[in-house]
Design a protein around this ligand. Sequence first.
Ligand code: AHM
Ligand code: MG
Length: 337
Amino acid sequence: MTKRISLTQYLIEQQRLHGHIPSQLRLLIEVVARACKRISISVNKGALGDVLGTAGSENVQGEVQKKLDIIANEVLIEANEWGGALAAMASEEMEGIYVVPNRYPQGEYLLLFDPLDGSSNIDVNVSIGTIFSVLKKPDGGHGVSEGDFLQPGDQQAAAGYCVYGPQTTLVLTVGDGVAMFTLDREQGSWVLTADDVQIPADTKEFAINMSNMRHWAPPVKQYIDECLAGKTGPRGKDFNMRWIASMVADVHRILTRGGVFMYPWDQREPEKAGKLRLMYEANPMSFLIEQAGGASTNGHERIMGLQPAKLHERVSVVLGSKNEVDRVTQYHLNAKS
Ligand code: AHM
Ligand code: MG
């Protein structure tokens, strides 16, 4: 029988081999993974657990909250606030930061999350997920403030997501490659099922919401037009399209078999940089993608190099197979010059 490696064992071995996972960080990752297990139980209950439908409230971005958005947010906060590894948390579903209450020890890390990504897919039983990012609280200064969170993605100590699909899979990076763990429901444990994940540099598959085509900027339109032209077009090959409308599921496909994912800026709200959130979605996914040999830009620059100006900042996203991301980025640069 092949030896099964649990998440705990993987993290301890990484710590021994490379010495770069401090024990607070290891503890924190394990707690997030445990919270994802709990969220997955709620997701799986669906209508039987009265978790479907809207909650009758809106989040800070003016989006209608689903019951599961709120449940997942609460599970993550409850699980993480008492462990001693964190100073504060920030979530796509909360306006301000959540400082760890005084009754618990304060740790040196900051946790950011999109508790339930792909909310529009909850009620239709399509894959959804949780995305998380870990930063270190900057040295010095008493207490913790929103400004402490405003660090470029390059500073992330760890990032990952959990996809609640036909299988429940946790995907993680601590800056030394990407590993995938599948939830064994009978044992209640995360089992390592893929290590050192690599994204092929070339692809014939793109993911974009095509219904927005008329609003895109010319470089995005050019790229997609060329893909659609297929074998007889400038690319000389046929492309396939996928759009799950859950970033976690689309990114998971790309980490598994390559592809390019885009949620670009468009003309509907020109002052808005994009739809997706830099700190809760784009940065953690960019960290995973780069660690797997892919690339991630906002069309112009590396996403992980961007200095955030605010917690709920939005960004244009192009990520996945390196050669395709480079091509889209080059089209943007050409349009500028
Ligand atoms: P959410 O965090 O409110 O779920 O929104 C983010 C989601 C992404 O997962 C996905 O890529 C995108 O929104 C889908 O957008 P659209 O409905 O425009 O296709
Ligand atoms: Mg989201």
